[in-house]
Write a protein that binds this ligand. Structure first.
Ligand SMILES: Nc1nc2c(ncn2[C@@H]2O[C@H](COP(=O)(O)OP(=O)(O)OP(=O)(O)O)[C@@H](O)[C@H]2O)c(=O)[nH]1
Ligand SMILES: [Mg+2]
Length: 456
């Protein structure tokens, strides 16, 4: 989503870092470029103006200009400014109330309400061990209720049975009643979408809110909508009153302006972000991490969290043991490849590493990810168990056989073996360091990755 912006800002900052001393004019020139970059990313003008005004005084201050590293300081001020623009601290869902706690989902048509309702249900069930009831109040669109029912089954939470002809407010009341009887912790109410701000639907949502008094009223906004999104959000807030925003489609190709303007324009926190159609493509929104990501500083914390969730603990322990002993075979490489795929592919991982984000479009165009993994997995699958355990067995005729079996070339196989060798070496080194209590140097990209990033 923010590739272009990241690329631009990184360029501006590289320029600042290169110069030793900075004059006020230099900082002003850089801030003008930052301003243009934000406007090009479709951030609303008043938000950009306020942002630049808020950081200018700090950035051209005497302490900054006289410091040993003025460029770094200016970058930090911009980074902190973006974090503030995004809301400063993260604000998770607030469910502190007597159960059943209602959550109301509202938003324009197709913004992702129904999908997000199910994603939230899954998250609450799995991470907070809550029992959840999903209820569809969408009497507008045919099959809207069935859509939520299917998702509820998919994520394994309760679904309020459909009663033909019932009105939204009555469905909401029935949902709360049912939840009370069944000792359910959280009720998520999914409402009908609206194409534009429409009086009838607005008052319907307001009536549901009145009837159920939701702890959270979440406005779901498609981050691809552009600037209008923030204005629509303000309208929803003034008519219905919202407690937070969920931004969806952050995996899309938009310029990201809506995401960046939302907080300033509505004054309401972004609580969650959706980044895909799958049920686990939902994350808590962290302004600090997002600011780092936008500035190409990476988001290692999220990556580590994601890895911890995705990779089973036993697997990690097994690999760690092998690592320490220096026994990392091709079978292990295969399971690593599968895990990387689960973490969002090579692109997903690289994007979160510091300094890589600024490769931006290059990275996006470089067709790096899953196909490569599939290919490499196919090569490993064509090997005999003995070959996977012991790469030294590999000779020319075996390589030819494997190439024929996996639809690869001998060169592909050599590449894979080289990557495996480098990884095994690194792991052996890390294993030794772990024993000696020293931290490994992770400032470099993992070996084998360099070849895959296109050079400028
Ligand atoms: N790529 C991507 N697709 C998403 C995301 N969130 C939702 N979608 C997709 O967007 C489409 C519409 O989502 P819904 O959840 O049905 O939207 P809605 O707001 O309930 O729509 P209405 O009920 O018609 O107003 C579906 O195909 C979803 O899979 C996201 O974060 N990323
Ligand atoms: Mg819907």
């Amino acid at each position: 989503m923010f590739e272009n912006l990241t690329e631009k800002l990184s360029g501006i900052f590289d320029g600042l870092k290169k110069r030793g001393a900075l004059k006020e004019e230099d900082v002003n020139a850089a801030l003008r470029e930052v301003r243009v970059a934000l406007l090009e990313a479709d951030v609303a003008l008043p938000v950009v103006k306020e942002f630049i005004a808020s950081i200018r005084d700090r950035a051209v201050g005497q302490e900054v200009l006289k410091s040993v590293t003025p460029g770094q300081q200016v970058i930090k001020i911009v980074r902190d400014g973006i974090e503030e623009m995004l809301g400063g601290k993260s604000e998770p869902l607030n469910l502190k109330a007597a159960p059943p706690v209602p959550i109301l989902m509202i938003g324009l048509q197709g913004s992702g309400k129904t999908t997000t309702a199910a994603k939230i249900a899954k998250r609450l069930k799995e991470r907070q061990k809550k029992s959840v009831l999903l209820a569809s109040l969408d009497t507008n669109r045919p099959a809207a209720m069935e859509q939520l029912q299917i998702l509820a089954e998919q994520v394994g939470v309760n679904f309020l049975p459909i009663v033909e002809g019932q009105m939204p407010v009555d469905i909401a009341k029935r949902a709360m009643q049912a939840a009370k009887l069944q000792n359910i912790d959280v009720v998520i109410l999914d409402t009908a979408g609206r194409l534009h701000i429409n009086q009838a639907l607005m008052s319907e949502a307001a009536a549901v809110k009145e009837a159920t008094n939701p702890k959270e009223t979440l406005l779901v906004v498609d981050a691809l909508t552009g600037q209008d999104a923030a204005i629509v959000a303000r309208e929803f807030d003034s008519k219905i009153g919202i407690t937070g925003v969920v931004l969806t489609r952050l995996d899309g190709d938009g310029r990201g302006g809506a995401a960046l303007s939302m907080r300033s324009i509505t004054g309401k926190p972004i609580k969650l972000i959706g980044h895909g159609e799958k049920m686990d493509a939902l994350e808590e929104f962290h302004p600090d991490r997002m600011a780092n990501r936008i500035l190409g500083m990476g988001d290692v914390i999220s990556l580590v969290e994601k890895a911890a969730e995705t990779i089973k603990e036993e697997d990690a322990k097994k690999i760690a043991k092998k690592m320490a002993k220096g026994e990392f075979d091709l079978e292990d490489l295969k399971s690593q490849l599968q895990q990387m795929k689960k973490l969002g592919g090579m692109k997903g991982i690289l994007k979160m590493l510091p300094g890589v984000g600024k490769l931006g479009k290059q990275l996006k165009d470089a067709n790096l990810d899953d196909r490569l993994f599939v290919h490499q997995e196919a090569i490993i699958d064509s090997m005999t168990p003995a070959e996977r355990k012991n790469v030294r067995l590999m000779n020319a005729s075996r390589k030819k056989r494997i190439a024929a079996g996996s639809g690869a070339t001998v060169q592909d196989i050599n590449k894979l073996l080289k990557m495996h060798m480098q990884m095994a070496k690194m792991m052996k080194r890390m294993g030794k360091m772990e024993k000696s209590g020293r931290m490994p140097d992770m400032s470099q990209l993992p070996p084998g990755f360099e070849d895959m990033i296109p050079k400028k």
